[in-house]
Unconditional design. Structure first.
Length: 94
């Protein structure tokens, strides 16, 4: 399944309709790893993917939380990183 990391940070491909973090992360929770992980766990529990393609638009702590959850559940991950120079994404198999 494909999902954007955080809704609203950058333009996404038109087929991205799901987001792991549905809105910007409140500043009070930006350094709260357990908070970030709980949101990632909720997303994974809701959709139960065997493969997760994440369109990454920044905020490394959020990505790390998702990767941690996926590793614990043996979910294959492909990261698509935003590239400002091309306004596109490049692939990284995890």
């Amino acid at each position: 399944m494909k999902a954007g990391l955080i809704r609203g940070r950058h333009k996404m491909p038109s087929d991205i309709t799901k987001y792991i973090y549905e809105c910007d992360i409140p500043s009070a929770h930006m350094a709260d790893g357990e908070y970030l992980k709980s949101i990632a766990e909720s997303f994974i529990e809701r959709f139960s993917p065997s493969l997760l393609e994440i369109y990454v638009t920044g905020f490394t702590p959020a990505l790390c939380a998702v990767l941690s959850v996926c590793k614990a559940r043996d979910i294959k991950v492909i990261c698509w990183h935003y590239d400002r120079a091309t306004d596109g994404f490049w692939r990284q198999d995890i």
